[in-house]
Design a binder for this molecule. Structure first.
Ligand SMILES: Nc1ncnc2c1ncn2[C@@H]1O[C@H](COP(=O)(O)OP(=O)(O)O)[C@@H](O)[C@H]1O
Ligand SMILES: [Mg+2]
Length: 281
């Protein structure tokens, strides 16, 4: 099932696709095996179920938004996908490969393909922005110093953080840290990018910019992404598919339009009470 041949040069693939090409790409993607599949995943902590029988999938180049109230298991789902947590039941596939049975070495290979942008950025405090972004490039090897610096400049330009390149992370705003964390994640040349609450705790303008950035990376570079958020405005801009978690269960999994138009009382309550609570733009 594992096809490593399709793992080549993800950053070099669809360049600046037009609308027609994007439609074509979406149609092709639907024919391929999904990039990510959760099947009947359950996990409990100290006997308390957090995820129960949760199933969903994400196709190549698509964005799934995981929505739900605080504490419902959104971050847990991402940590299962990164192999930091093992589910009690169910399976998780990355392009056809079962990952829940992999050891640390197997997971390291998966983490080259699936990378996470942590909420706090998880940058190295003692390294400049330039060295933070260079880090995965140096780890990957194969580039000389000049190529590393060129790639760093390209990635930092991509996220619009050119003015911070020599700064230390501590001197950056939360929004800037997140942009730099995204640049560093991209340096590892992943195929799937996971974002945990990318717009939480930044002002609405920065939230909008980060949303734009995530959208641009998807459109220009064809990344598959999962965005955990409780901000409906982010979901409305980014989501192809929505997974709504409620009391441990996948209460909804499907296209954004279906979610917004759902008459399910839990979804209605979420949309009416929680989803737009952040200050409006
Ligand atoms: N490693 C862990 N050990 C014990 N409980 C955990 C662990 N990780 C998460 N939990 C619990 O699982 C629940 C879901 O957490 P989380 O996925 O972080 O929620 P959120 O949807 O806000 O991201 C919370 O009640 C949290 O306390
Ligand atoms: Mg969380």
């Amino acid at each position: 099932m594992f096809d490593s041949s399709s793992n080549a040069e993800p950053l070099a693939t669809p360049a600046l696709a037009g609308a027609e090409e994007r439609e074509h790409a979406a149609a092709l993607s639907a024919l391929r095996e999904p990039m990510i599949v959760f099947s009947h995943v359950s996990i409990s902590f100290d006997g308390r179920p957090v995820l129960e029988d949760v199933s969903f999938s994400v196709n190549h180049g698509q964005t799934l938004c995981i929505l739900g109230r605080s504490g419902v298991g959104k971050s847990v789902a991402l940590r299962i996908l990164m192999g930091f947590l093992k589910p009690d039941e169910g399976s998780v596939h990355v392009e056809g490969q079962e990952i829940t049975t992999l050891g640390e070495e197997g997971m390291r290979a998966i983490r080259k393909r699936v990378t996470m942008v942590f909420q706090n950025g998880a940058l190295f405090d003692s390294l400049s922005v330039r060295e933070n972004v260079a880090f995965p490039l140096r780890e990957r090897g194969g580039l000389d110093e000049e190529q590393i610096q060129q790639e760093v400049d390209r990635l930092i330009g991509l996220v619009g953080a050119e003015d911070t390149v020599e700064a230390l992370p501590a001197s950056l705003s939360t929004g800037r840290k997140r942009a730099v964390a995204i640049a560093r994640a991209l340096a590892a040349r992943p195929e799937v990018v996971l974002y945990d609450e990318p717009t939480t705790m930044v002002d609405p303008i920065i939230a909008r910019r980060l949303g734009d950035l995530i959208q641009r990376l998807k459109r220009q570079l064809g990344f598959t992404s999962i965005v955990v958020t409780h901000d409906m405005r982010v979901a409305e801009r980014l989501a192809d598919q929505v997974l709504f978690l409620h009391q441990g269960r996948a209460q909804f999994f499907g296209p954004l339009e279906g979610f917004v138009g759902s008459s399910d009382p839990h979804i209605q309550q979420f949309l009416n009470l929680d989803a737009y609570l952040l200050p409006s733009e």
